[in-house]
Design a protein around this ligand. Structure first.
Ligand SMILES: C[S@@+](CC[C@H](N)C(=O)[O-])C[C@H]1O[C@@H](n2cnc3c(N)ncnc32)[C@H](O)[C@@H]1O
Length: 92
């Protein structure tokens, strides 16, 4: 399974702290029941961890999506929490 050392472990499982795009590479194909994520949103207000503009968001997210698809079981579920952004100039 994952070679990276867990950040902590309980009787219910393990938690890892790191870049999810790197950690997911350590997870075997079709081995995960559920992926829940709240990634950086395409906000107009910039966050310290970095967030893409709306027009570049899907391309940025695709490498994550491909890994999620690979690791999910055939009957697995994917929950994606996305925040909206209000653009006041009416251009989009
Ligand atoms: C929209 S915030 C999530 C906020 C969270 N849902 C909450 O309610 O506090 C996005 C989070 O993703 C983290 N993040 C960004 N890129 C990441 C990556 N490649 N791997 C893991 N976490 C990442 C950021 O540090 C930030 O904490």
């Amino acid at each position: 399974m994952i070679r990276t050392k867990p950040y902590f472990t309980t009787e219910y499982g393990k938690a890892f702290w790191g870049d999810s795009s790197e950690l997911m590479k350590e997870i075997p194909d079709e081995s995960i029941n559920l992926v829940v994520t709240s990634p950086p949103f395409a906000l107009t207000r910039k966050k310290a961890y970095g967030n893409k503009e709306d027009h570049e968001y899907v391309e940025w997210f695709m490498p994550f999506a491909k890994e999620i698809r690979r690791i999910l079981k055939g009957d697995g579920s994917f929950v994606l929490d996305l925040g909206g952004a209000y653009l006041s100039n009416g251009s989009r």
